[in-house]
Design a protein around this ligand. Structure first.
Ligand SMILES: [Zn+2]
Length: 565
């Protein structure tokens, strides 16, 4: 009856489906006999079905983000999350178990199989209720952070609303806002410490249930970190200390001089050092799209075509509007085989970079969509962010109007140094976040003591974040880990960005020497999806999956040269 051939062609015809309509397709797949001769068509059909189901979920989510006031959209999405998603996850797990049990190893499926094996090895029934507890505490964390407000100019505002004041040219105003924010953070110190102890205890218990004495080793498997070790991460921290920290300190010193200050204070880090008004690259969304298209076409005609396709198919929703959800992301409509970019542009340089970044993810999607099975299409974040961060850097030569972009020559230079400065400053901060978590899970007993966490964070901060005068704010420094949601919500997930940024910078260095071949390699690597290991993906892109000071030093040198020129 439920032949997979009877599936609707379009996910849009399935948006209102209930679980009872999806379920028979899973049952049909689960009932099949797997053999070498049939596993290919099993994976084909699983993919056809999964693509539709995943597109239904993506479309329902997009609908709520496009109009947060649309109650019907919200209900439909919630129904999907509550009634369909958990059941489909369970059904997916059965199909994975079936495939693993068959012992078959379809070609090009080695890596997805390895991930399925890791999931199966970690799975413990006893951890399900603990995972729910963790989820609740993570929500609690978001609530605490999200409800932090202060009174600013006669109004109660969230701290997120206050952050743009850091761009104000009036220094006293910035200082006042910064002090308010820091003071407000400290008020939740006790609540966050308590939450932290509960989360840590639960995580250690989950690892123990799965037979691990060490949460880090457990989490490593859970994050599919098969290609690098905690030792590699420590090596990367040392490389950052050696190759990046001195450069970051020089950047801060230069900024202080430009601003005419003897020392930079924490509220002096985001404002334009020359007191210029923010860059204003475009006036409306048509100008925005046209400018980014023109830049991407110059990076590579094919990349330009991808963006044009999204424009024509209407899978870009870029401008900020009333009732649109905050943030920006690239998702995909898998049955339609099209990426979708959502963001909230208001006319700033950051919007240009966000769209170029998301276009990198979209290009990854386009390049890998030809892979037959859905499990093959997604690379780990360590490489997915090379696609997006790489695109940001590949676009840098074309920011000026004369080169295809938005700006005067002077503004383009300003935009470029903004981008490169942020890249340099990110690595040391990443090293603090990663170093802290390595310490937490190496010495969980000590980490159960918030005072020890404060001391550890402060010591890492002082080691990596040099060049800014934090004196008088020792408490603010020591509790900085409270502000990093990853530490609470997604342990260990952060070094990925630092590694990917190093990969992206290498692609960019190649492009400065020979753009056509560098971009060809980059695209070739994107087209491999998740079918190769990280070192292989990096190597295909013309880069090294690296943790060492020499590789990092060479790109930092290049960045400093560009910043000086
Ligand atoms: Zn990204």
């Amino acid at each position: 009856m439920y032949n997979l051939k009877s599936l609707p062609d379009k996910a849009t015809d399935m948006l209102g489906w209930s679980w009872s309509q999806f379920e028979p397709y899973y049952a049909e797949l689960e009932g099949r006999t797997l053999a070498a001769a049939t596993v290919g068509s099993f994976l084909d059909d699983w993919t056809r079905f999964h693509d539709r189901l995943s597109e239904v979920g993506a479309r329902l989510k997009i609908a709520t983000d496009l109009n947060t006031a649309d109650k019907e959209a919200e209900q439909r999405f919630n129904r999907f999350l509550e009634e369909i998603y958990p059941k489909s996850e369970e059904a997916e797990q059965k199909l994975k178990t079936k495939l693993l049990g068959s012992g078959l190893q379809p070609e090009g499926f080695e890596l997805p199989l390895r991930q399925m094996q890791a999931d199966a090895a970690l799975f413990r029934e006893a951890n399900l209720p603990l995972a729910v507890e963790v989820e609740k505490l993570c929500t609690e964390y978001s609530k605490i952070i999200g409800s932090q407000t202060v009174e600013w100019e006669g109004k109660e505002v969230t701290l997120a609303r206050l952050r743009p004041v850091m761009l104000a040219t009036d220094r006293a105003r910035r200082e006042k806002a910064w002090r308010l924010m820091a003071g407000r953070h400290l008020k939740d110190r006790a609540a966050l410490n308590e939450l932290w102890q509960k989360l840590l205890k639960l995580r250690l218990a989950m690892a123990a249930n799965a037979g691990y004495s060490d949460y880090r080793a457990f989490r490593w498997q859970e994050l599919y970190r098969f290609d690098y070790t905690p030792e590699n991460c420590k090596q990367f921290q040392q490389a950052i200390e050696q190759a990046v920290v001195p450069a970051a300190t020089r950047l801060h010193a230069r900024r202080a001089k430009q601003m005419g200050l003897s020392a930079l204070k924490p509220w002096d880090l985001d404002v334009d050092p020359f007191g210029r008004a923010p860059l204003a690259p475009f006036k409306n969304v048509d100008e925005f799209k046209a400018g980014v298209l023109s830049i991407l076409e110059r990076v590579d005609p094919r990349v330009g075509d991808y963006f044009k396709t999204m424009m024509m198919e209407g899978t870009l929703d870029l401008e900020n509007r009333k009732n649109k959800a905050p943030g920006g992301y690239c998702t995909s409509c898998d049955a339609l085989k099209l990426p979708f970019i959502f963001m909230n542009a208001v006319g700033l340089h950051g919007d240009v970079m966000t769209l170029i970044h998301e276009s990198g993810h979209a290009s990854h999607n386009f390049e890998a969509r030809g892979l037959p099975w859905f499990q093959q299409r997604h690379a780990g974040l360590e490489f997915a962010e090379v696609a997006s961060m790489g695109m940001e850097l590949l676009a840098t030569p074309y920011l000026a109007k004369k080169a295809g972009g938005f700006y005067s020559r002077e503004d383009a230079a300003r935009a470029l140094s903004d981008n490169l400065r942020k890249d340099v400053l990110f690595w040391p901060y990443m090293a603090v976040v990663d170093g802290f978590q390595q310490w937490v899970y190496e010495s969980p007993q000590a980490a159960m003591e918030p005072a020890d966490c404060d001391r550890q964070w402060a010591s890492l901060w002082n080691r990596f974040m040099t060049g800014v005068d934090w004196s008088g704010f020792e408490d603010v420094v020591a509790t900085g880990w409270h502000q990093k949601l990853h530490i609470f919500q997604v342990p260990f997930y952060y070094v990925e960005y630092g590694l990917a940024q190093l990969g992206a910078a290498q692609v960019w260095a190649n492009a400065l020497a020979d753009q056509a071949s560098a971009v060809a390699n980059y695209r070739k690597a994107l087209a491999l999806g998740g079918t190769r290991s990280l070192p292989e993906l990096y190597s295909a892109a013309g880069a090294k999956f690296a943790f060492d000071a020499a590789t990092l030093g060479s790109v930092v040198k290049l960045i400093e040269e560009k910043l000086a020129g």
